[in-house]
Write a protein that binds this ligand. Structure first.
Ligand code: ADP
Ligand code: MG
Length: 718
């Protein structure tokens, strides 16, 4: 047996089990060993057979007898049967679909049985219980169970189950793997010095402890080790990427802050300290000859676009080496068409005094500024034409959706790549934008998603961090109100007054978790349509209402956004797609339905939509439940100073798993819990950095290298 052996080649696996294993992402022996219990059942609840009654969830210890396999009388379902007996009585056991169990257990041996007591015509029996052989029966089960000398495990692993594989099945398979002595051959990829320094058990010990702990503290130590391991590997991978990236060559963009100030002085506002500092840091990076890799984090409305424009200006006013014409090129990638168009237009405003071409590329078409016929405006151009001009270097700034990273898009002198709302893109997409040519473009990644610092350190360990933690002066404060089910009527009336005064309203429909993305969009689309109908019929019949959701075609979406912008619509009912920076200045009201289903940081981002105008903005957070915990959480929206504070609050209260779990980042729930622990994250980062600095290719750490190469692929930073 080898760690990399496939389970299907090692055990007899039924087709339904194969499907289930695939679903939980378990393919090899190693995967199964890394499938950890979520909790441990405790034998403190051990009961005597004579005291059991129908419906009890019970643990009993006893001797097994009368084992046989059979088939259901009518159903023909294969099953195992047997009896468990303690000093107080005897009870039948039936396992459906698990005929193998009868053969695995030894007649007369001592077992621990955990399961539900069922009843058939007055006869009690255990139906599909979990069963485990034990070497010794606890004497007088109950008080003396924890008596000295007992070698019975007191903690039993409970694994996340899925249709087709039970916790019991997983437990038995893991026990079989353990008894194969495979653990003796396992090599620990974490260097001994690091294990000793942080008091982490070896891989072998940790595996035993996590699956069959003798005591709570063993399980805890094992969990700590695996959490450290995961974060440490991510950090190693990130530090390695960072090192390699920094080793490559990039265009030298040598501009002083004075050069850039000429551009900044044209802004209709004064740059904030955060903006100035970030721009200066970027200019420093630009001069190095090695590519910058920087993440700019700032709340919605903190002015990231201005930073992007000012630094794009630095590239745009630089000549390619050895050339006395043309400019270095900038690519600006954003996640949606609406946003791409909006940025295209704001860049035209920023750059129209300069003799350069700016272009837009999206799935639905291409545009170029300036137009030959109208030097103040843009014109539609063909894709072929655009590609030609990008390749010849005539387009200085290209803004677009992911259409920008298609193979056919070739730049002449791509020196600077900007990614907006970077969390919306996968690593692969980001990497494509900064593809390794002879010269690697400088990368500025921007996000308004406030994530806790520990998570940022882990996920973005390969990037340098800049923060815009201060809003531009004179910004209005959003008045946020939490609206409980009984208070809606009053709130709608309050909103009506604002609508009468000419304001506009967003209504955001609740988030719906559905593993299948297609289904999810369909459900969301439906809820948006229904909410719009309801609002039109029952609440605001006198107003024009539009809808926006991701099942709509980009052109339809754009049409609706324009109608909303032009005030042909008063109310826009939408899914959280409007989360992404769309600018409608007159929309000063937002209702968020089912608010408890969103993370606080996301709610904060959503309400940022109404921060754009001159009118007093309001955010109405509609809650469906009113438990104290929900209310306390939502109230944080009123008190927190910025998105980062909210993200930390969420992490503390709900834990990382729920908010930023596997679905979003591909990090295990266990490691996400560890994200709460800044000390552990920093330790993992420090150790990883040390290793990469002394051994960048990991040639002295072959085990680690192998682990990163195989495990790294499983982590996707979407
Ligand atoms: P985000 O960080 O969400 O991308 P934007 O770049 O879209 O924010 O900026 C939001 C608004 O704030 C824009 O209208 C922009 O012109 C304005 N703005 C940016 N910087 C400043 C500043 N320093 N002072 C005042 N307004 C600013
Ligand atoms: Mg933005």
């Amino acid at each position: 047996m080898n760690l990399s052996d496939r389970l299907t080649d090692t055990f007899r696996i039924l087709p339904a089990q194969a499907v289930a294993l695939k679903k939980i992402g378990v393919d090899t022996i190693e995967d199964l060993l890394y499938y950890f219990p979520t909790r441990y059942g405790d034998t403190a609840k051990v009961t005597h057979i004579s005291t059991l009654s129908k419906g009890d969830q019970a643990v009993v210890f006893g001797q097994i007898s009368g084992l046989k396999t059979s088939k259901g009388y009518r159903s023909k379902i294969p099953m195992s049967e047997g009896f468990v007996e303690d000093e107080t009585g005897r009870m039948k056991i039936v396992w459906f679909h698990q005929a193998y169990l009868a053969k695995m257990l030894v007649e007369g041996s001592f077992v621990r049985v955990e399961g539900k007591v069922s009843d058939r015509k007055g006869d009690l029996y255990f139906s599909n219980p979990k069963i485990e052989p034990v070497t010794k029966l606890p004497i007088g089960v109950g008080d003396s169970l924890f008596g000295e000398g007992s070698d019975v495990h007191t903690l039993y692993p409970v694994y996340p189950e899925t249709r087709g594989v039970s916790s019991n099945w997983i437990f038995h398979k893991i026990q079989t793997i353990f008894s194969s002595k495979i653990l003796d051959t396992i090599e620990d990829p974490i260097p001994k010095e690091i294990r000793d320094k942080y008091n982490l058990p070896t891989l072998r010990t940790a595996l035993v402890w996590i699956h069959t702990p003798q005591k709570e503290s063993d399980a805890e130590a094992a969990r700590k080790r695996f959490a450290f391991e995961e974060i440490f590997f991510i950090q190693l991978d990130k530090q390695k990427t960072k090192y390699e990236f920094k080793e490559s060559n990039a265009f030298v963009i040598d501009k002083s802050i004075e050069d850039i100030n000429k551009f900044i002085d044209r802004f209709p506002f004064k740059a904030t300290e955060g903006q100035k500092k970030t721009i200066e840091d970027i200019l420093t990076d630009f001069r190095r000859g090695h590519p910058m890799a920087r993440l700019l984090e700032g709340d919605v409305g903190s002015g990231k676009t201005a930073v992007a424009a000012a630094t794009a200006y630095a590239a745009t006013t630089s000549r390619p080496k050895g050339q006395n014409f043309g400019t270095l090129q900038t690519a600006y990638m954003v996640p949606t068409e609406i946003l791409a168009q909006q940025h295209f237009e704001s860049f035209i405003k920023y750059f129209k005094h300069m003799p350069i071409n700016i272009a837009l590329i999206t799935g639905s078409g291409c545009r170029k500024f300036p137009s030959k016929v109208n030097p103040d405006g843009w014109t539609d151009i063909s894709r072929t034409q655009l590609l030609k001009w990008v390749a010849s270097g005539e387009i200085s700034i290209l803004i677009g959706t992911h259409a920008l990273i298609q193979k056919s898009v070739k730049f002449k002198h791509l020196a600077f790549a900007i990614i907006d709302e970077q969390h919306r893109f996968g690593t692969a997409q980001r990497q494509k934008l900064v593809q390794k040519d002879a010269l690697v473009p400088h990368l500025l990644s921007m996000t308004a998603t406030p994530i806790p610092r520990t998570l940022a350190l882990t996920l973005y360990g390969d990037l340098d961090l800049s923060l815009l933690d201060q809003m531009p002066e004179g910004r209005k404060q959003i008045i946020t109100e939490i609206v409980l089910p009984g208070q809606r009527k009053n709130t709608y009336e309050q909103i009506r007054k604002e609508l009468e005064a000419g304001r506009q309203l967003y209504i955001i429909c609740p988030r719906i978790d559905e593993p299948d993305p297609d289904k999810e969009t369909a459900i969301l689309a439906k809820s948006v349509k229904e909410e719009a109908k309801r609002v039109k019929k029952k609440i605001f019949p006198e107003y024009e209402i539009g809808i926006l959701h991701s099942k709509m075609k980009p052109s339809e979406k754009e049409k609706i956004m324009l109608e909303f912008k032009d005030k042909k619509l008063d109310i826009l009912v939408a899914t959280s797609v409007v989360e992404v920076g769309v600018n409608v200045e007159n929309a000063s009201l937002i209702i968020i339905e089912g608010a408890e289903r969103f993370g606080l940081a996301q709610l904060h981002q959503l309400r940022g939509r109404v921060l754009r105008g001159t009118h007093q903005p309001y955010c109405f957070v509609f809650a469906e439940t009113k438990t104290d915990k929900t209310l306390e959480r939502l109230r944080a929206l009123k008190t927190a100073k910025n998105g980062f504070e909210l993200a930390e609050f969420d992490l503390k209260q709900r834990g990382g798993g729920e908010l930023y779990g596997r679905k979003q980042w591909g990090i295990s729930d266990l490691a996400m819990e560890a994200i709460k622990n800044i000390k552990m994250v920093e330790a993992a980062r420090t150790e990883a950095t040390k290793i990469i600095e002394s051994d960048p290719k990991l040639s002295k750490h072959p085990n680690l290298k192998l682990y990163i190469e195989t495990k790294g692929q499983k982590i996707h930073f979407e």
